[in-house]
Design a protein around this ligand. Structure first.
Ligand SMILES: Nc1nc2c(ncn2[C@@H]2O[C@H](COP(=O)(O)OP(=O)(O)OP(=O)(O)O)[C@@H](O)[C@H]2O)c(=O)[nH]1
Ligand SMILES: [Mg+2]
Length: 267
């Protein structure tokens, strides 16, 4: 019963009780993703070390899955799907390297002169030529496999269902607003996240010189893109729900309102 009460307590605060969703926490390093994840988990403030590779953390409460990824300084898609990509292609790297070393070794290249005249070819050269052709075939097969792997990777990216993105920005670190905007723009342009609601959290407003909501809206280039707080019905509009809420995760302020706003767009 305690567990159910706890589930209810956390999820009701976020407006997510009785909903089922996969929610991504994204943002540059140091934005506060891990702190938020842990705040939801045990409502305690713990000082976290910067999250090291692998840069994803997961938390399930009831039927809600929260997953955090770090995006600092990396192309989003590459970063998020890096693990899968590495698995698909790693075993294809070595054979290719060996084949290309042999094929390009000067001793065995086309220009040795000995194979210009077929009549003069020794058994040795015939055998060597056959070996080279086999290697070439293997190389083509390897490349085809690699392409297939990339195609599967792209498909799997599209198949992963995400119901909402919570994008955290450190509202104090104004020098990194441009970097944060770049990552956000890439996410908003990503086909696999088309129409997914975005909650932008401007975090750390407990620090006096944190940017205001207006400043953040301006620097993230969202002045004409936020869709409005409160209950705004966008169901028939094909417009992606997107809004900024300022918060302090450590003070447990602001993000609850943001989640409640977001929950209206999660079935
Ligand atoms: N003042 C203040 N500090 C915060 C707040 N939220 C997080 N922090 C601090 O910001 C730092 C980074 O927080 P993390 O939760 O580790 O950030 P992260 O996004 O997970 O960062 P990486 O794991 O490096 O990607 C930590 O020192 C936190 O204590 C906040 O609301 N106010
Ligand atoms: Mg972290």
């Amino acid at each position: 019963m305690f567990l159910v009460d706890w589930f209810y307590g956390v999820l009701a605060t976020l407006g997510l009780w009785q909903k089922e969703a996969k929610i991504l926490f994204l943002g540059l390093d140091n934005a506060g993703k891990t702190t938020l994840l842990h705040m939801l988990k045990d409502e305690r403030l713990v000082q976290h070390q910067p999250t090291q590779f692998p840069t994803s953390e997961e938390l399930s409460i009831g039927r809600i899955k929260f997953k955090a990824f770090d995006l600092g300084g990396h192309q989003i898609a590459r970063r998020v799907w890096k693990d899968y990509y590495a698995k698909v292609t790693a075993h294809l790297q070595w054979p290719g390297a060996i084949v290309s070393l042999i094929l390009h070794h000067p001793t065995f290249s086309e220009n040795t002169g000995s194979n210009k005249n077929m009549g003069k070819l020794s058994m040795y050269h015939c055998a060597w030529r056959a070996f080279q052709i086999t290697l070439l075939q293997m190389e083509r097969w390897r490349l085809a496999m690699a392409e297939d792997g990339e195609a599967k990777l792209a498909t799997s990216a599209k198949q992963v269902q995400v119901d909402a993105v919570v994008y955290l920005v450190d509202a104090v670190d104004k020098e990194r607003f441009a970097e944060s905007k770049k990552e956000l723009d890439a996410l908003l342009a990503d086909d696999s996240l088309a129409n997914v609601p975005f909650l932008i959290l401007g975090n750390k407003i407990d620090i006096p010189y944190a940017a205001s909501e207006e400043e953040l809206r301006y620097y993230l280039g969202l002045s004409n893109f936020t869709t409005g707080k409160g209950n705004v019905n966008l169901a028939d509009s094909n417009v992606r729900p997107l809004e900024i809420f300022m918060c302090s995760v450590v003070r447990k302020m602001g993000y609850g309102e943001g989640f409640k706003w977001m929950s209206q767009y999660i079935k």
